[in-house]
Ligand binder design. Structure first.
Ligand SMILES: [Mg+2]
Ligand SMILES: [Zn+2]
Length: 227
């Protein structure tokens, strides 16, 4: 009666920057305020000379904490939500699919941008921030566990491991190389952009999406065939 497949609970781990939002918010903020020296740090982060954690930490340290209001206001007003996001959340509710945001973004833009969508705050994982010193300091409340040595900053695989594969059907939605390790753990991968390229290079099964409507359509078709 309790067939293993149907007994598993479906759970979605959804990236934020470049996935829920159309653009990458960290890059947009740094480009907009254009502090001296950001290009070099960005290059070293992309080329993996710096870990994501060190790179992002150093980028924000270029900005004085006194710019809090400008930085927060800009990042919230600049963000655009990808089509179909609200419909996808409704779909997950209807289908009793758990929905988590696993974001390498920062609390001061992730929470306000997601505020209209009613996602419980304990279902949103991202980095923190501290404006009390001279410079903007990024905080890292979700570090890598003993199984990850990438110094991710916000470790997506650490969070996924809390939902074991024998109890959950793990679905990941992402757009960049930072989603790839999570994609390897997942049962179902929705990819765009750099994540698609990486999956193709390494032969990891994936489904390309452009909007959240594409994802609903795929999951619904799959559900129909499973009946
Ligand atoms: Mg992303
Ligand atoms: Zn990690």
């Amino acid at each position: 009666m309790t067939d293993n497949h149907t007994a598993k609970k479906r759970i979605v781990f959804c990236d934020f920057d470049g996935t829920i939002t159309v653009n990458d918010n960290i890059i947009a903020i740094i480009k907009h305020f254009n502090p001296d020296g950001w290009e070099k740090i960005a290059e070293q982060t992309i080329s993996q000379e710096l870990t994501i954690k060190d790179g992002v930490g150093q980028l924000f340290r270029l900005l004085p904490a006194s710019m809090q209001k400008e930085v927060v206001d800009f990042s919230i007003s600049n963000a655009r939500i990808r089509d179909g996001f609200a419909s996808f959340l409704t779909y997950c509710k209807e289908q009793q699919i758990e929905f988590y945001v696993t974001s390498g973004g920062i609390d001061f833009f992730v929470y306000p941008i997601l505020e209209p969508y009613g996602i419980p705050s304990d279902h949103i994982y991202c980095n923190g921030s501290d404006f009390s010193g001279g410079r903007i300091e990024i905080l890292w409340p979700n570090p890598c566990d003993e199984h990850c040595s990438n110094d991710c900053g916000m470790c997506k695989t650490t969070i996924m491991r809390r939902f074991p594969a024998d109890q959950y059907e793990r679905i990941i939605i992402g757009d960049s190389v930072t989603d790839f390790e999570g994609a390897k753990l997942a049962d179902l991968v929705f990819s765009r952009s750099h994540l698609t390229v990486k999956c193709q290079e390494l032969g990891l099964p994936h489904h390309e999406y452009e909007t959240f409507h594409d994802i609903i359509q795929y999951m619904d078709a799959e559900r129909e065939t499973a009946k």
